[in-house]
Design a protein. Sequence first.
Lengths: 113, 103, 404
Amino acid sequence: MLLGRDVLDQQVIDVAGHEMGKVDGVGLELRDGEPARVAFIVIGGTTLLWRIHAGLARWAERRLGGEGHRARIPWQQVLKIGVDVKVDVKAERSRALHWERWARHVIRRIPGS
Amino acid sequence: MSAAREVRLERLLGKLVVDAAGVPVGRIEELEAEPAGDAYLVTHAHLGPESHVARLLAFGHQLPTLRTLGIGRKPRMRRVPWAWLDLSDPERPRLRRSVLEDS
Amino acid sequence: MSKLLEIALGVVTGIGGFLEAGSLATAAQAGAAFGFRLVWALALGTVCLAFMVEMAGRLASVSHHTLPDAMRERFGIRFFLVPLVTVALVSFLVLASEIGGVCLALQFATGVPLRWWVAPVILGLWLFLWKGTFGMVEKGASLLGLVTIAFVVGALKLGPSPAELAAGLLPSLPGHDPAKYWFIAVSIVGASVSPYLFYFYSAGAVEDGWDESYLGINRIVAGGGMAFGGGIAAAVLVCAAMVLHSGGIQVDRYEQIPMILSSPLGRWGFRLFVASLAIGCFGAALEIALALAYLVAQGLGWRWGESLQPRQAARFALVYTLALPLAGLVIVTGIDPLKLTIFSMALTALSLPVTVVPLLVLMNDPQYLGDHTNGWLGNAAVLAVSVVACVVALVAIPLQIFGG
């Protein structure tokens, strides 16, 4: 499996079949004297900023006091990697959908939503 | 108990790898992982050209029309065992060997 | 729905949905200024469009990815940002011109100045997207858009010489005003090969659940729909050539354009022109607003879908909800809608390689297309047209701005 091609930037789908976001980052666990393990995937937050411009990302994290609203999904909860990445998570509960929930709150006032 | 550190794949990609003698070897283009029981272990790193021009030409190589016209060069990729990488400074990955050791 | 019906509907939708502010304005200008001499640009643009729409459909059917989704996955966020920002900006300007087109049609119909129509038109567009489904947008506006066949009727009535028309299919150098000639030529290509069309088409293929069994349908719908649609734009050019060019009338102000239909078809010609402009631009505005939302939502992995309720895809809905009034603001500033339209078409041509190159890389990647990667002809034709259009635009646009 090639991590860049098969995991990074792939669409993440939750248990209900709904889109959760893209794999914005992949966390590797380095252990001395042992091979590195694929530990988790990251959705959202400042993760994308790090790939666009490191200085911008650092500034954003200083202002936010952290990585922003991001979801870390442990690798054990990744069920399948194929057309997309299926995870054993309920998107609705996840921080990955924080901004979706905010947007929902904004448009809730508009009739017919 | 071995100490564990966290490093992000997306921040490794594109970083220039330098060998033990300080010679640039290439930029990290990909990481290969294999399943081992429940987990996935990183086995290799793919290193591509260091210059951005070469990387751009590699892009052109993917278009058959440009290939036929002779524009775009197949990039020279090196497949390096993960154990050879020293990531004590993730911003400046190093190879634990010197490339002159391999011919 | 039987496959035959789907094909028929798809082709008809392609025809009815083809003509909008860009193709209408560029074809009319071309006919008025250069007679039939620019038919080749229209033919070239249409052929390139047909190839690219087919590619977008094939990508969606085989890989089950929409175009923005596949671009983000294949190229990563850094490279994806380039087409994202470029296409978003250019499409935004085109959206503004379509809104301007609808308002203009309403001005023709009622006499009320077009700036007053911006708010109601934006509201109408937004309501359609908010409450409507994908089917309604794709088929509704396009079926109504069949009114644009009036131009074909008008062109036939004007009786162009087939020999002269055929001569226009061969690229020729202009006898006069070369800067304007090449500027209009690239604008025609930009009007034909609008990126928002591929984003809309690939999203539609995924929303409609197309798979490999649809590849044949895709080819016919893309080829047939676009080719016949291009025929309508050609009819506009013919009408303009016969009515305006022969009379030595240049199209500089939009008030002149309805003549091209009212001359052959009388009072009904005027009404059909207004209806064509209004419906064509309205439909295009819907598609562009959606295409913008698809581009952002699919690139960033948000939940998306026109057939979903807005609260089920809230960020997606927010994109078009914000894009529409912002685009409307551009028209409210009083900018000439004709100039904006032609200029945004030229910009589209200039930015073509940014859309085309990633698409071609994907279309040649067996990881996405399996056994259905591109043939050499599609690759070469599309690459050639977009590179040439970009280069010519690079020269022609500044010349037009600083020379005209």
